[in-house]
Design a protein around this ligand. Sequence first.
Ligand code: GLC
Length: 550
Amino acid sequence: MNNFKKSTIYQIYPKSFYDSNGDGTGDIQGIIQKLDYIKSLGVDYIWSTPFFASPMNDNGYDVEDYRKINPLFGTMEDVEELIAKAGERGIGLMFDMVFNHTSTKHEWFRKALSGDRNYMDYYIFRDGSPETPPTNWTSKFGGSAWEYVPSLKKWYLHLFDVTQADLNWNNPNVREELKNVIRFWKKKGVKGFRFDVVNLISKPEVLEDDTTGDGRRFYSDGPHVHEFLKELAADTEIEDMITVGEMSSTSLEHCIRYSNPDEKELSMCFNFHHLKVDYKDGNKWELMEPDYQKLKELFETWQTEMEKHNGWNAVFWCNHDQPRIVSRFGNEKKYWKESAKMLAVCIHMLRGTPYIFQGEELGMTNPGYEEIGEYRDVESIHYYHILLEEGKTQKEALEILGQRSRDNGRSPMQWNSDKYAGFSEKEPWIGVPENHRFINVEAENQDADSILNYYRKLVDLRKRYTVIQDGGIEFLFQKQREVFAYKRLLDGQELIVLNNLTEKEVFLQEAIISKGYECLISNYEQDGKDSTLQSLRPYESIVMLNKQVG
Ligand code: GLC
């Protein structure tokens, strides 16, 4: 049985992690060179985003060959060395399996394009006149989800970029091919898998127009998704490995099924509902202040229901698709340190497996790119043009990108205060934020009170306390918008977690008796004299455990 309840997972975006060969792009050897740093965080697994052969239109999420390494990142020997050297340090590797689609450069798709019937059935081709796509569905990156191939007189489905063609999971040969990919990496010693947008793999046989939306209701958590996942897990014998599915526009009911161990599908799920509380009318490209009440309610529902039904959440704020959390729900200026630490506590004490995305542990911020030429991400560039077409000015569109672009999470890891943040000797593929002068590993290693050292403590607390790993959860101050608070409970142990989400002092609707509790961690000095807690200072966060059994 694996130990994912006590584990913390560190996510690496190799392109932006560390450049070992001075070409401006991060690589596998770069990860190897930084393994001791990763070990120093106390994490148990590394999830690396894809480094497989790819034309890189979507930075590796467009896979050309699942068994080959993109030379930009290194060689198969480098990957084997990474698995071995991480293993020596007690760290398992989780690889990213992009199985909803392949690159249009993949051999299967090229054969399909040449008219090979067998391979055409690997993808979702439909007849139709060149003027009208088979359905009105839109791609997640903007525009139609269909592309016409004149030589075949057919359209193919791409829920993402036009170079990412959706696979046809209804075809058993496709499922078998993908199982072989898992078997291949398992044999190499990989310890777990992250499955990219895996709740989108099952499309209905008959595709129809969506009169009320963009098509997602037909294919998100689609008709055979649970069957397919069970089959994949059983046939590749990964039921006891650590696996996480990325779920796009999913539901709680489905996530319970995906992650309940009796179902033997996945260990846990990522969902994104809590990261849409600042989307105006659910639209990522319309800015809005975060709705903290909604955020609290979402956590409460997902946490309590997952506990009730024996499901398991992956808990996280950041990844390579998300803006930096301290810039988003915190305060990157006046309360940079306090708010980054508070936000870390919100997640790390929850019931679930926490993920740290590279640089989050430093309190890295959105980079503040000011020109469209500074952006690299396919989605951001598409949407920039869509926003202009919709009538936004350049300034407005850039303001939106500045907060919403996926490139916000992709700026180079800040290792030190050198010109390129110690990431590379050469100008990196994407710009380095100016604040790397003080937000960096070297500086924070030397500061006992740094965000980095705070993350280390949080990872360690999860290892030491079973109540954090396994305890039940109850929410406190549900109606007090500014306060995100909960209790974790296990065999007489009681952990109280209090967080002020705002930059104002807040008075608790009910005082908390702190007598008999010890403070495990806080981002403010706690004098320990008071026996009650009446208020929380700006972004204050406190974690307390009752003494009797602590
Ligand atoms: C996932 C990945 C994202 C990628 C998309 C398509 O959401 O995290 O980076 O663009 O899937 O593969």
